[in-house]
Ligand binder design. Structure first.
Ligand code: SAM
Length: 275
């Protein structure tokens, strides 16, 4: 298959070609490109090349900043094609409607979503404290679990509600918009979860007390954090300190890198049992 750089040969200078990023994400029918400032004048030519290479792409957009804020959104601007950022994305047989400019979503985490969902047994109760549009919620519910999902981003919960219907798991999922501390730290949720998912690597450490509150004895907690190369110990120490505060015993089950986030910084999954 022709690469983007090959497709652009002769259409921009060799010097400009060197600046073109090899990879880009395609979420549904939206391509999300990274265009260096030096290539601003050539962004349409690059977008045209992407749309020629991938006829399924109907919108070419570029990133316009870093992932930011409590809602972890990375804004994009449409360069070419239909003027929209809402799309339908299919991952591991699940369907997700989402707007890239209103919610967090990473197509690079598909195998991680599946890895966690595959551990779920039917009839489990799963709490997803930072659910986004539901990439853990939907596959867990499809495997027969009852899921309670929370996100502080109202748009994420709006799309989750649509995705629950799209995937026909309405009887399996309850959800609420709000801060998981306020929503989940209520009597009716205490000690209810067999499994807790905490995919909010830039902030989950501040909510370990919430996870311990909802986790029943023996629950598995999937905790995510950003760590420097080979510094899993730092993540484990955070969990141990929170467990001590919550007067819970823990046992680490698994640690895993799930993708590079920055120079020498990794998105890490730490799974542990809370007794
Ligand atoms: C990195 S995103 C992950 C979303 C989703 N789990 C996924 O994998 O696509 C973190 C999510 O946590 C949500 N969030 C941040 N702080 C929160 C809080 N205090 N309570 C509930 N959700 C929160 C954000 O809105 C965002 O959707």
């Amino acid at each position: 298959m022709t690469t983007l750089k090959e497709e652009l040969k002769g259409k921009i200078s060799d010097k400009e070609l060197e600046l073109v990023k090899k990879g880009f994400d395609v979420i549904g029918d939206v391509a999300v490109l990274e265009i260096p400032d030096a290539l601003k004048k050539k962004e349409k030519v690059i977008a045209e090349a992407v749309m020629r290479l991938y006829p399924c792409v109907k919108v070419a957009a570029k990133k316009i900043g870093a992932t930011s804020g409590v809602e972890r959104i990375r804004k994009v601007k449409v360069i070419l094609g239909e003027r929209r950022t809402e799309t339908l994305y299919i991952e591991n047989g699940c369907r997700y409607k989402l707007d890239i400019n209103k919610v967090y979503f990473s197509p690079r985490l598909g195998s991680e979503h599946l890895r966690v969902a595959e551990q779920v047994k039917p009839k489990e109760t799963v709490y997803d404290l930072f659910c986004g549009v539901g990439p853990y919620v939907i596959p867990c519910a499809k495997r027969g679990a009852k899921v309670f999902a929370v996100d502080i981003n109202k748009d994420a919960i709006k799309y989750l509600a649509e995705n629950v219907k799209l995937n026909k798991v309405m009887d399996k999922v309850d959800f609420a918009a709000g801060d998981c501390r306020k929503v989940a730290m209520k009597k009716e949720h205490r000690g209810k979860a067999d499994r807790v998912i905490m995919n909010h690597p830039s902030g989950a450490d501040k909510f370990l007390d919430v996870a311990f509150y909802v986790a029943k004895k023996g629950a598995v907690i999937h905790f995510y954090c950003f760590l420097k190369e080979d510094e899993f110990d730092a993540g484990i120490k955070l969990i141990q300190a929170a467990a001590k505060k919550a007067k819970r015993k823990i046992r680490i089950l698994n640690t895993k890198k799930c993708g590079q986030w920055g120079p020498r910084i990794w998105r890490c999954a730490i799974e542990f049992k809370a007794n």
